[in-house]
Design a protein around this ligand. Structure first.
Ligand SMILES: *Cc1c(COP(=O)(O)O)cnc(C)c1O
Length: 424
């Protein structure tokens, strides 16, 4: 597959845009390939500027469960933009989408729209701190919650309590109130809460981790988070920016039967436009200005085009039967892939619903430490083998892949064959 136009476009981009990208992972540096410059997309496919077609498994990082350029969504966005793309006033579309989100996730009794997942988690944490009057935030290693200063924190060493910024430009002072604990480690979390729980404002977690590759919660992990936060009066925040409207019509919280105090959604909720939301218990969300003392705002928040695309998307996804059918099809696909790869002792398939990661790892991947031991050079080879076969999988060992409703059985069969060959 030749990509001269992509290469030229990327060279030009690098003159003006740092690294040639507006988000680092797009540079494909982890897999040693020049970036693909996209031109258009439809259903499960993306075409690049050279006219190559890829079957996409990244799906804009999980944005498109309905597939790319789904016609109801595109039509709704087109109609909205003709009426005006922003008013700086209230619109009825915000309430309609809020109603759909609330119906899907009743724990989001009140919610507010923002423009990105980063903004959603940042704002949720501020509200939780305002509500509790406490400062400490507990997060889990390997979970990603956007790029706000106090969230770019990783466990500094084996001592879970020692923390350091995972990015330059983040003052150590900003990370002082963030505690990073190992994911899926119920004992460490319970011990921390027993000692320091009364100072914790919020515990934020990806209920299924998707940003160290897909890592499901162990039985009891989320239940323990719920029980301990309740006991100590801390706010439990589910970051469902990926899992919301992805795993079930009510996200991971419905799948696992846990009601968090607050939830963040993004990706799918904007139907491919910049929208996300944070919400939760009415008394917590009541802390927000103008009714309460916690400030948060946004010029383009609740943008009418994004609201229309989100409404068209969630309208298609309000029926749990859609998920049952889709997840069943994905399950059949995973069983096939697992049987094809069964003889490979150093390859693992982690999957939940329509999300999966193939780990080049001889151990079970249950947290950041195990995920980090994966064979990254081997993943890079696998990625490029897939690309040669016309499949664009998420370009890092530490990301999820996303199967849309437009990936039919024929595509999934071909995908299983390509995975088998590419792993080999
Ligand atoms: C993508 C993501 C975010 C950040 O969302 P952006 O829209 O990229 O700012 C936050 N949390 C999770 C779990 C995500 O996957």
């Amino acid at each position: 597959m030749e990509r001269p136009k992509s290469e030229a476009a990327f060279a030009e981009a690098q003159k003006y845009i740092p690294g040639g990208v507006d988000s680092p992972v797009r540079a494909l540096s982890a897999v040693g390939t020049t970036p693909i410059v996209a031109e258009r997309a439809e259903g499960p496919y993306i075409w690049d500027v050279d006219g190559n077609r890829y079957t996409d498994l990244c799906m804009s990082w999980g944005v498109f469960l309905l597939g790319h350029n789904q016609k109801d969504v595109t039509r709704a966005a087109e109609a909205a933009v003709r009426r005006g793309s922003s008013f700086g006033m209230c619109t009825a579309g915000e309430t309609r989408l809020a109603k759909l989100v609330n119906a899907a996730m009743p724990s989001m009794e009140r919610l507010r729209f923002v423009n990105s997942g980063t903004e959603a988690t940042m704002s949720a944490i501020r509200v939780a701190r305002g509500f509790t009057g406490r400062d400490t935030l507990v997060k889990f290693e390997g979970c990603y919650h956007g790029h706000a200063d106090h969230l770019l924190v990783s466990a500094g060493s084996a001592v879970a309590n020692l923390r350091r910024a995972s990015s330059a430009g983040v003052p150590e002072d900003f990370t002082r109130h963030t505690v990073c604990l190992p994911y899926n480690d119920t004992a460490t979390f319970s011990k921390y809460m027993a000692e320091s729980g009364d100072g914790v404002a919020a515990v934020i977690v990806e209920p299924v981790a998707c940003n160290m590759g897909v890592v499901p919660p162990k039985p009891g992990f989320l239940e323990t988070l719920r029980r301990e936060t309740e006991r100590h009066g801390a706010v439990l925040i589910f970051d469902e920016v990926i899992t919301g409207f992805r795993l079930t019509s009510g996200g991971a919280q419905r799948l696992y039967g846990i009601r968090p105090d607050m939830t963040c959604v993004g990706k799918i909720v904007g139907g491919g436009f910049p929208a996300a939301a944070f919400g939760g218990r009415a008394e917590i969300m009541g802390m927000l200005a103008p009714s309460g003392p916690v400030y948060q705002a946004g010029t383009l928040s609740g943008n009418p085009v994004a609201m229309a695309a989100g409404e068209a998307t969630l309208s298609r996804l309000s029926d749990q039967a859609v998920y049952d059918m889709h997840n069943e099809r994905c399950e059949r696909f995973f069983r096939k892939v697992e049987s094809v790869l069964a003889h490979k002792k150093d390859v693992r398939v982690n999957h939940v619903g329509s999300m999966f990661t193939i780990f080049f790892n001889s151990d079970e991947v249950v947290d950041f430490a195990t995920s980090a031991r994966s064979d990254k050079p081997r993943f890079a080879k696998y990625f490029n083998n897939m690309l040669e076969r016309g499949f664009y999988v998420s370009p890092s060992q530490f990301e999820g892949n996303f199967i849309s409703l437009t990936h039919d059985d024929n595509i999934l069969d071909a995908l299983a064959v390509a995975i088998d060959e590419s792993v080999e």
